[in-house]
Ligand binder design. Structure first.
Ligand code: UDP
Length: 453
């Protein structure tokens, strides 16, 4: 039946891949389940790409056994010949996209769900399936409203410039101009696996029954208003800014990794208030080796305490190397006590909530930005990939932090030098005005999720 035991709507959630998508989906799942009494079915394709995803999913079901777990069995898909060298997370999107037309219908019909919420990465394949079953389909965009406006407009932009032209600056109507240098790297190549998905999903948005975005008006007024007011593209369904979605605190206690995490928790507890620089580039990318070395030297030179989460590979299962191999014994010895470096998963939201943390050197994955906003931690933005430069501009405009605009990102040769990194970190740590503005963003974020927000 479409209504569960509690007489509440039954909603089927279909995330794609990677923690950047899964985390906001589980936050949405718990908000709908615990906050609004909905029945929830969560569809995941197993095995997950990363082990972080599988432990996150296990922790969710342990904490919320009433959330139904549905396994989407992927149709075999060998990406290596069609998309050699492609990003494993994009390959998983593709596998989901090819499986959905066949397999999503039976799953959806089987649950009797009254609505489907599909991840943006599978939007164009999920909407027709739901439509055929007369189930309303909502698309959840897990990144910024500004990026969402760009995505919604991008197909129109491409149609206007015509095939065979490079992607220049993109002036999103009602929002602002996204310079060519901030356009996600992959989109400069029309044949890239990601570009094809991005454009297909962008075109499909008008056929959804509603759009959800993990954003709030005060942080991105232009984009939220433009999306809701119809100036980006005409014919969009209602757009709901549901952010910043709140973390699910019960999850970490059940994580297997909790013990491993003990050491950074204890270390953070020993540090003075607002003294620690937290450094992370997210869950799904590693910095190049020479950039890791410069960052290490920069953190050493800045003189501040730091907690640095280092990744050596795109997918955590492949990241077997030792920290000492990556950074050198000498570095680890010299910063011992003052700096804590880890390759393991940290509960980032908890880190950002910790009173010892003063600054977040961040790649500006959107979940990281929303977590910083919710906790009022100023950001030194160092975008590296995909939508991160767009998000970094949001950070700077909203007063949540500063964007080191000249610093290179993936695909650019330049290595940012240690001295520059140290200098900007020191500047940001001493910037009381920025800390105050970030605290204002936190107030706005909490108003956005309070009653009446
Ligand atoms: N995250 C975490 N611990 C880590 C690395 C990442 O808790 O060691 C979380 C982070 O808090 C965020 C998500 O994983 O919720 C990563 O999403 P984001 O959009 O920030 O970046 P991505 O990893 O997709 O680049």
């Amino acid at each position: 039946s479409s209504h569960g035991s509690r007489g509440a709507p039954h909603i089927m959630l279909l995330p794609s891949a990677g923690m950047g998508h899964l985390v906001p989906f589980t936050r949405l799942a718990v908000a709908l389940f615990a906050g609004h009494g909905c029945d929830i079915s969560l569809v995941t394709a197993l095995p997950t790409v990363s082990s972080a995803e599988s432990s996150h999913i296990a922790a969710l079901y342990a904490a919320f056994p009433a959330i139904r777990q549905l396994d989407l069995r992927l149709v075999p898909f060998d990406a290596s010949s069609e998309f050699p060298g492609a990003d494993p997370f994009y390959v998983r999107y593709e596998a989901l996209r090819r499986s959905a037309p066949l397999l999503l219908g039976p799953l959806l019909a089987g649950t009797g769900a009254s609505a489907l919420v599909a991840d943006i990465a599978v939007a164009s394949v999920a909407i027709p399936v739901a439509r055929e079953l007369h189930v309303p389909c909502f698309v959840f965009f897990t990144a910024s409203a500004t990026m969402f406006s760009f995505k919604a407009y991008f197909p129109t932009y491409l149609d206007a410039v015509g095939a065979g032209h490079g992607v220049g600056d993109v002036d999103v109507p009602g929002v602002y101009r996204i310079p060519s240098s901030s356009v996600p790297q992959a989109l400069h190549d029309p044949d890239n696996i990601f570009t094809r998905q991005f454009v297909a999903n962008g075109r499909a948005l008008v056929t959804a029954d509603g759009l959800l975005v993990n954003a709030f008006h005060a942080m991105e007024p232009e984009a939220v208003e433009a999306l809701q007011g119809g100036s980006v593209v005409s014919g969009l369904p209602p757009v709901f800014a549901v952010g910043p979605l709140m973390p699910v605190n019960d999850l970490r206690e059940t994580r297997e990794a909790a013990q491993e995490q003990g050491h950074y928790r204890a270390w953070l507890d020993e540090q003075p208030p607002r003294s620690v620089v937290y450094v992370s580039f997210g869950s799904r990318k590693a910095l190049p080796k020479d950039q890791i070395n410069e960052l290490a030297a920069g953190l050493e030179a800045c003189g501040h305490r730091f907690l640095w989460v280092v990744k050596g590979a795109v997918v955590d299962r492949d990241d077997a190397g030792e920290l000492s191999e990556l950074l050198g014994e000498g570095f680890l010895r010299r910063v011992q006590g003052r700096g804590l470096v880890t390759k393991s998963w940290v509960e980032q939201e908890e880190v950002l909530r910790h009173p010892a943390v003063a600054l977040f050197v961040s790649h500006c994955g959107w979940n990281s930005v929303t977590e910083s906003a919710s906790n009022g931690v100023p950001v030194l933005a160092w975008p590296r990939f995909a939508d991160q430069r767009v998000n970094a501009r949001v950070v700077a405009r909203a007063g949540l932090g500063v964007w080191a605009e000249q610093w290179s990102w993936e695909g650019e040769e330049a290595v940012v030098r240690a001295e520059e990194i140290a200098e900007l970190v020191m500047e940001a740590m001493g910037d009381d005005a920025m800390a105050e503005k970030a605290a204002n963003v936190r107030e706005a974020a909490s108003r956005a999720v309070a009653d009446g927000g």
